[in-house]
Write a protein that binds this ligand. Structure first.
Ligand code: HEM
Length: 450
């Protein structure tokens, strides 16, 4: 089987760890793990950072001692910009919000959202239908981002944001650019209050998103109808113990993060999935046959998902190679010991699914794209935390089943009609930024199915 295209990292370590890390965070970490083992550390200014790659260490941080490893100062900027919400909070506040939001993601609700997912994939298919006879190209990341924004906004607040889509899309891109720049230049980036053009554009993007979401929430609070979407569920949710509901501001913050957390991650995972499928014709053929047998020519539904096991395995393998969230920092509360290293209080630990997903102790030929790794009997042979694109433990992604279903249905719906191949000679590499994005356009040729 061919290796996943474009994964080559060779960064010499002697340039100093921080410089090497910032230049190529993925390659640097792969090399460092090979050279130093499952734990290594360096200092960034006053902060000691431990990088932890072994599944047992991941388990300790996310499960066994999870109260000792919290979302600390690393999430401060996000908190300040968008307010406290599920993705950045901890402790009693987090638990309450998690309890309130959980019913909206219950398995039983998924079939209701599936209709929207398939409708949006069908809209994409009808646009591509005009391209297929001429074998025209599409850019996967752009196409997936547009579609997942529509899925997220319709399932979240039952609203077609098409007239705001450009504004919302641009605002998200601006956030992406800002965090990318801050990530690569952590030292020397002027603080947000300095009126540089980057800071101004960024603050404008944040206020655009806050404004649009606030208007949607306010409008909905005036209209008392149950729209059967996530926002209706969040509005109706009451804390089991206190009977309290979410305030308007909490609703705005949660809805905005659901939009951000749900849309970007899913579109990144789908773009990589298409890239891998388009580069591996034999696996593409297996997925096509599976969809033909399980679904035929009708529209797929949530009830088809259990029959689409190869499709699911392709998506899981795509997120093994390219986990959309590639780095997870936590702040240490009290001293601990991991892998023989003393982990001091107030220091930082970093988990990196990109590296653990390639750990040679748990993955044979880790660079090879092989969806059969996710066959049930092979999963049983691995520790659970060898694979954690959605995290693990209490903070596990609340939208994981939602996202997996959306991706399964989109892949099935598209592959029913189209054969996608990658532009000859195109090699796309991962670029580590706010997410693990393709480092350039992912050009795919759209052909009709024979
Ligand atoms: C492929 C798609 C997705 C991936 C890879 C993904 C990954 C993750 C990861 C790694 C975390 C933990 C982050 C941390 O603790 O620092 C997380 C948390 C979260 N995700 Fe997702 N996510 C995806 C889709 C979604 C969707 C569709 C939604 C909602 C509609 C969502 C909502 C959330 C929320 C609310 C949290 C915070 C959970 C908590 O701490 O209780 N995600 N996600």
């Amino acid at each position: 089987m061919a290796a996943a295209p474009g994964i080559t990292h060779r960064i010499p370590l002697p340039y100093g760890p921080l410089g090497a890390f910032l230049r190529d965070p993925l390659g640097f970490q792969l090399q460092a793990r090979e050279r130093f083992g499952d734990v290594f550390r360096f200092r960034i200014g006053p902060v000691t950072v431990h990088f932890l790659y072994h599944p047992e260490h991941v388990r300790r941080v996310l499960h066994d001692q999870q109260k000792n490893y919290v979302r600390g100062w690393q999430y401060r900027l996000l908190r300040r910009l968008f307010g406290e919400n599920l993705t950045v909070s901890e402790g009693a506040y987090w638990l309450r919000q998690r309890r309130l939001a959980q019913p909206a993601f219950h398995r039983q609700r998924l079939p209701e959202y599936a209709g929207v997912m398939v409708e949006e994939a069908s809209k994409l298919a009808s646009r591509w239908r005009a391209l297929a006879p001429h074998e025209k190209e599409v850019e996967a990341r752009h196409e997936m981002s547009r579609m997942t924004l529509a899925i997220a906004s319709r399932t979240l607040f039952d609203r077609d944001v098409s007239h705001e889509a450009d504004e919302v899309g641009q605002a998200f891109s601006e956030l992406g650019r800002y965090f990318e720049q801050r990530f690569h230049h952590p030292v020397g980036s002027p603080p947000l209050w300095v009126p540089t053009s980057t800071n101004r554009r960024f603050k404008q993007a944040v206020s655009t998103l806050n404004r649009i979401v606030t208007a949607i929430v306010r409008e909905r609070l005036r209209d008392e109808t149950d729209h059967g979407d996530l926002l209706s569920m969040l509005i109706q949710a009451r804390d089991e113990e206190t009977g309290e509901k979410m305030s308007d501001d909490q609703l705005r913050s949660e809805v905005l993060t659901f939009l951000l957390a749900g849309h970007e991650t899913t579109s990144t995972a789908l773009a990589w999935t298409w890239y891998l499928l388009a580069s591996h014709p034999a696996i593409r053929q297996r997925v096509r046959e599976e969809v033909k047998t399980a679904v035929g020519d009708r529209l797929p539904t949530a009830a088809d998902a259990p029959q689409l096991q190869t499709t699911r395995a392709v998506i899981q393998e795509s997120m093994r190679l390219y986990p959309p969230i590639w780095i997870i920092p936590r702040e240490v509360v009290a001293e601990d010991e991991i892998g023989g290293f003393r982990i001091p209080p107030r220091s930082t630990v970093v988990l990196c699914p990109y590296v653990t997903h390639r750990h040679p102790g748990f993955w044979d030929s880790p660079e090879v794209f092989d969806p059969d790794r996710f066959a049930a009997e092979r999963i049983a042979d691995r520790p659970k935390e060898a694979y954690f694109p959605f995290l693990s433990g209490p903070h596990q992604c609340i939208g994981n089943e939602f996202a997996l279903l959306a991706m399964q249905l989109v892949v099935a719906r598209v592959i029913q009609e189209f054969d996608l191949t990658v532009r000859p000679g195109l090699i796309v590499k991962p670029a580590a930024s706010l997410g693990l994005w393709p480092d350039g356009p992912v050009w795919l040729t759209v052909k009709g199915q024979e």
